[in-house]
Design a protein. Structure first.
Length: 219
């Protein structure tokens, strides 16, 4: 089975990546979601650069953009907004799943930092491995696929899609935001950058773990 056939079979409609309001500014300005190596080399972004995580556990993979299938990694997101970027406002970028068929894309069964236990590779078989009945997670913990789990969700929520260098906004289909205020702001950004055809959707449930009482407020 090909990757695109597997995507269709499982009903996968989005490849997602969460970022801050400043991160989105950089994405729209450069018309691409860049890997860490490119971000640090981009002089125009140096004053707004905020990496989602403050520690790097797999620096040898900084030449890839880290994405998720259908849902964000809530464990990592909790650290990003709860500990590292309390002053940020959050957006989720949803790309067309066709990007998984592009050259050089790799699939990882769990967080790419758990190198002792993960399975990583290219092609449809490696993609299908993300949906196995059981996968190994952090410290080798066995993660079992829950009964009745939607077909488009990976067994381990930390599973990753690694995309080489940068993902073009040509494949960006929608941006999720947690509030109507954020929706208006992002719509204005899209209009200003000439790509106003991208849908902006208010869906707080996409931001797993972001509670009203604890949501960071703009500085």
């Amino acid at each position: 089975m090909t990757i695109d056939a597997l995507i269709a079979k499982r009903g996968i409609t989005e490849i997602v990546h969460y970022t801050t309001h400043l991160g989105l500014t950089g994405v729209l300005a450069t018309k691409s979601l860049k890997c860490k190596n490119q971000l640090r080399a981009e002089q125009n972004l140096i004053h707004i650069l905020k990496i989602n995580t403050q520690r790097e556990f797999d620096p040898e993979w900084n030449g890839y953009v880290h994405l998720s299938i259908s849902r964000i990694n809530s464990q990592l997101f909790g650290c990003s907004w709860g500990s590292w970027h309390r002053d940020a406002r959050w957006r989720i970028l949803a790309f067309d799943p066709i990007i998984t068929t592009h050259a050089g894309v790799q699939f990882v069964t769990t967080n790419n930092a758990y190198w002792q236990h993960l399975k990583r590779g290219k092609g449809a078989a490696s993609l299908e491995a993300l949906f196995a009945d059981t996968v190994a997670g952090r410290y080798g913990t066995r993660i079992k696929r829950e009964e009745g789990m939607p077909e488009n969700l990976t067994t381990c929520e930390q599973a990753e899609v690694l995309y080489p260098e940068a993902v073009s906004t040509d494949f960006l289909r929608r941006i999720y935001v947690p509030s109507a205020e954020d929706q208006n702001e992002v719509a204005g950004q899209l209009y200003a950058t000439g790509i106003a055809t991208i849908e902006v959707v208010v869906d707080r449930n996409k931001f797993i773990g972001l509670d009203d009482a604890d949501e960071p407020k703009p500085a």
